[in-house]
Ligand binder design. Structure first.
Ligand code: SF4
Length: 74
């Protein structure tokens, strides 16, 4: 199953437009695979789309706690 955000996720257009190979790897690993492990998806589910930092990579799960703390969600 694909991530429900895939069609509209700004990450690939905004951050990865000039890195198609890396982009494909991340898409296969997260968006079309284990999307529940994506840092962006976790923020989306916990806080809402508007709180996802533009430059947050799917791999940056270690940033999630601090982002949610800053939003006073944790
Ligand atoms: S980067 Fe994360 S939130 Fe965006 S489509 Fe991929 S899995 Fe979903």
């Amino acid at each position: 199953m694909d991530c429900e955000c895939l069609a509209t996720c700004p990450f690939f257009n905004d951050q990865m437009a000039d890195k198609p190979a890396t982009s494909e790897l991340l898409k296969n690993q997260f968006c079309k695979g284990n999307f529940e492990a994506c840092a962006r998806y976790i923020i989306f589910k916990s806080a809402g789309r508007e709180h996802i930092p533009a430059n947050l990579f799917p791999t940056q799960r270690d940033h999630v706690d601090q982002i949610l703390k800053d939003l006073q969600i944790q």
